[in-house]
Design a protein around this ligand. Structure first.
Ligand code: NPQ
Ligand code: MG
Length: 370
């Protein structure tokens, strides 16, 4: 049981080592809301919200998440009194939507509860490995030469899978060049919903390139068109944006909309729902992998714990801290020579943001008390 008495909200901004461009926009900083909950017993826990400054990846964005946490989630949590972390969803279920805001609070509550029990998040979730294979996501580059050079660096670092962001006008050409330059490297592409079914010729041209998967090619909320596309190509379709819950995962796998699922705890409303998505996929024989949202070390720790579950059989976007940040908020996560990263084993998330780094990166903060 855990009783939250106070919550600190904080918006941090970290410069990225290079701008990250996708089909929906470009970011040169990572701006994230962190939550720190304090318990009646004097414990604490951290959570990170994966929302962005603008509602491009999904409808959520940082200012909305801040308000949702402050005006609705926290007052509901304070009113609830002592709860089990698994009971948080019931306390906040009256609030429609806002999965990323809910997920951040659940992460903080789980971290606080597990810290007080001296148990790691990985162990609580059901981890079966202590290191996970890592992939990397590569933004849309200025030129094909720049793309090949960036990919070279990641291949040399040891990443086990390279995902190329694509958009109309940056697809068959650069991906074919990358495949020719790296014939042995497991490659995938991610369109972040930038195409229509009428772009079928693009996917037919990508089909012979031996890609591990094509991630979220079509509309963020369209399962039927993804099923149509999957029937027409051999490369597995992987869904990201379209899977917002375990129920969505069941629908997508039954419709044949995808053969692989990218699981992000924030997109599905938290780590516990993420585990349910995993369970649905395992039941139906579909591999899953852990997505990434350019998390700081706090969210990265949660991703590594999740990626240690048995169904996470493909390398995820759980890259090392230095892929994104010159200086992380926590001790940096580093890639081993074999392309794997260690799953944190300490209590809760197993990491703690550094107070000096927090002070240096915080743009805004607010404290709420019961
Ligand atoms: C994806 N992530 O799989 C996302 C989308 C994404 C690692 O490719 C700032 C914050 C910029 C979050 C850009 C990766 C972002 C972001 C893209 C998430 O679709
Ligand atoms: Mg994606």
């Amino acid at each position: 049981m855990i009783e939250v008495r106070a919550v600190e909200l904080r918006l941090v901004s970290l410069p990225l080592v290079r701008p990250f461009r996708t089909s929906f926009g470009e970011e040169s900083t990572k701006d994230a809301i962190l939550l720190r909950v304090e318990t009646a017993e004097g414990g604490h826990g951290w959570g990170e919200c994966v929302a962005s400054p603008t509602p491009r990846y999904s409808s959520e964005f940082n200012d909305a998440a801040w308000l949702t946490v402050r005006e609705y989630l926290i007052p509901s949590l304070f009113r609830a009194g002592p709860i089990e972390p698994g009971g948080l969803a019931a306390v906040t279920s009256w609030i429609r939507g806002h999965p990323m805001a809910k997920a951040a609070l659940e992460m903080a509550v789980l971290d606080a509860d597990l810290r007080s029990e001296g148990r790691s998040l990985a162990s609580f979730l059901g981890a079966v490995r202590d290191r996970v294979p890592c992939g990397v996501s590569v933004g849309i580059a200025g030129t094909v030469e720049a793309l090949v050079e960036e990919v070279s660096g990641y291949v040399e670092a040891g990443y086990r899978r390279v995902k190329l962001k694509i958009e109309p006008g940056w697809d068959v050409g650069p991906v074919t060049t990358a495949r020719e330059a790296f014939p042995e490297v497991p490659l995938s592409v991610d369109a972040n919903a930038a195409y229509r079914l009428s772009d079928l010729p693009v996917f037919e041209a990508l089909d012979p390139l031996d890609l591990m998967m094509i991630e979220q090619p079509l509309g963020h909320d369209d399962l039927v068109e993804h099923a149509e596309l999957q029937r027409r190509i051999d490369t597995p379709v992987c869904l990201d944006e379209s899977i917002r819950s375990a129920a969505d995962a069941r629908a997508a796998l039954e419709l044949g909309s995808c053969r692989i699922i990218n699981i992000k705890q924030g997109r599905v409303g938290g780590l516990l729902e993420a585990r349910r998505v995993h369970d649905v996929a395992v039941d139906r024989g579909a591999p899953v992998w852990c997505g990434g949202m350019l998390e700081t070390g706090v969210g990265r720790a949660a991703n590594l714990a999740l990626a240690a579950l048995p169904g996470f059989t493909l390398p995820g976007d759980t890259s090392a801290s230095d892929r994104y940040f010159a200086e992380d908020l926590t001790e940096p996560f580093v890639l081993g020579d074999d392309g794997t990263m260690a799953v944190p084993q300490g209590s809760g998330l197993g990491v703690e943001p550094d107070p000096h780094r927090l002070a240096a990166t915080t743009i805004r903060s607010e404290r709420l008390e019961a």
